[in-house]
Design a binder for this molecule. Structure first.
Ligand code: ATP
Ligand code: MG
Length: 383
């Protein structure tokens, strides 16, 4: 008998002919999530078992499993031989000491000599004989003991299910480059794309020395939290200081943000090409701020060819905050450090900038040279 973590997977089973591929990626992602912890992962019809693991780190393993996309549910349980005696020994270890219970059996092995009902009745009966503080209640039991008879001559015994994150295994749906700020929205946007199976690379723009080291560390902390879900352990940073200074010096103040965003998109597209990403991802939400009007979004789309995915486009701020709290980025996102966008923020940013006006103002800048200059400041931080 041994302790195992039973992992059931989610949408993957829908994928027909690609099923084998999705399962391999999923198993690989589980392996990555377990990095640094002793363990084995085995596959058994429709489930994965984490076995032979460091039991002192059980809670941590469970926490890590809870962040892997594609997990439908997971349980801590026991793996044993499937004869009645072994099953009963395992059940005894997990059974409650008092209260009401039922035994629920699932027979993966249809050749097993007893039916599911017979197994439940037999094991439940033996448990009652041994412990008079227990009572059976098949309708509303306080405790349920699950027995899962597998084809391999083994059985799994467990007492509860934890809900997984669902979604698709990351790296089954292409690669995108997330423009990540220190704010609340962009980490949530990255999480949402990863949930659909995208590999989410990260790019952050800073305005050092206007923004300080703490601001950068805040973003790296966010990137680390996000990496538990995305399994991507690196972030690229680029300085837009020179660009912001130039815009500030030469262009109409109300266009500061609009122009900066167009530069960010151009630079991001270049980085995406280096890194092999097929789209950009942002945390924009329609109408949330002046630069996120339809005109604002259009003006930044106009400078890139790659698709720009905006998973939060129809989200209210409260909805975004709810997800940020759930995934653990909210606290870090609300630490008070300045983002580069706020450094030269105009009092009255243009809400519906006309493309002709934008292009006229941008014409005062050497766009290509500024983009090249910014790309030269590129740094990759691995963690
Ligand atoms: P967030 O909470 O993600 O910062 P926001 O509501 O503050 O979003 P903006 O600051 O206008 O909105 O940014 C819109 C999007 O542009 C962000 O969600 C992010 O994808 C990208 N972005 C903004 N600032 C940066 C930055 N410094 N580096 C990288 N991307 C950025
Ligand atoms: Mg922001």
């Amino acid at each position: 008998m041994e302790q195992v973590i039973i992992i059931r997977y989610a949408e993957i089973h829908l994928k027909g002919k690609n099923r084998g591929y999705f399962e391999r990626v999923f198993a690989n992602n589980l392996e990555k999530a377990m990095k640094g912890i002793r363990h084995e992962i085995h596959r058994t019809s429709g489930r994965y078992l984490v076995a032979d693991f460091d039991e002192e780190r059980t809670d941590e393993i469970m926490r890590r499993v809870s962040k892997v996309f594609g997990v439908h549910s997971y349980s801590l349980g026991l793996l044993t031989e499937n004869d009645e005696g072994s099953i009963f020994e395992a059940v005894k270890l997990l059974a409650p000491q008092e209260g009401t219970f039922k035994v629920q059996t699932h027979r993966g092995d249809k050749h097993y000599p007893l039916t599911s009902m017979e197994i439940s009745a037999c094991i439940g009966g033996r448990l009652l004989d041994e412990n008079h503080n227990l009572r059976v209640d098949v309708h509303t039991p306080q405790h349920t003991i699950y027995i899962d008879i597998r084809e391999s001559g083994r059985a799994l015994i467990f007492c509860s299910f934890a809900d997984g994150l669902h979604g698709m295994p990351v790296s089954t749906a292409g690669k995108g480059l997330l423009l990540i700020s220190g704010g609340i929205d962009s980490p949530v946007a990255g999480y949402m794309m990863a949930k659909r199976g995208m590999t989410v690379g990260m790019l952050h723009f800073h305005s050092y020395p206007y923004t300080n080291e703490a601001a950068k560390e805040k973003v790296v902390s966010l990137a680390k939290i996000l990496s538990d879900y995305t399994l991507v352990n690196r972030i690229t940073t680029v300085s837009v200081t020179q660009i912001q200074e130039e815009i500030h010096r030469k262009c109409a103040a109300e266009l500061n943000v609009t122009l900066l965003r167009r530069f960010m998109f151009r630079i991001a597209e270049r980085i995406a090409k280096y890194e092999g990403d097929g789209c950009l991802v942002t945390g924009e939400s329609l109408g949330q701020v002046a630069s996120q009007t339809l005109e604002g979004l259009t003006s930044s789309n106009a400078v890139v060819k790659l698709p720009v995915l905006r998973p939060l486009i129809g989200f209210d701020k409260e909805d975004i905050i709810e997800v940020a709290k759930k995934i653990g980025t909210y606290e870090t996102s609300t630490l008070p450090y300045e983002d580069c966008c706020t450094v030269f923020l105009p009092d009255f940013p243009a809400i519906k900038p006309k493309l002709s006006f934008i292009e006229e103002e941008e014409g005062k800048l050497d766009v290509d040279a500024l983009v090249e200059g910014a790309l030269a400041t590129r740094e990759v931080i691995k963690f």
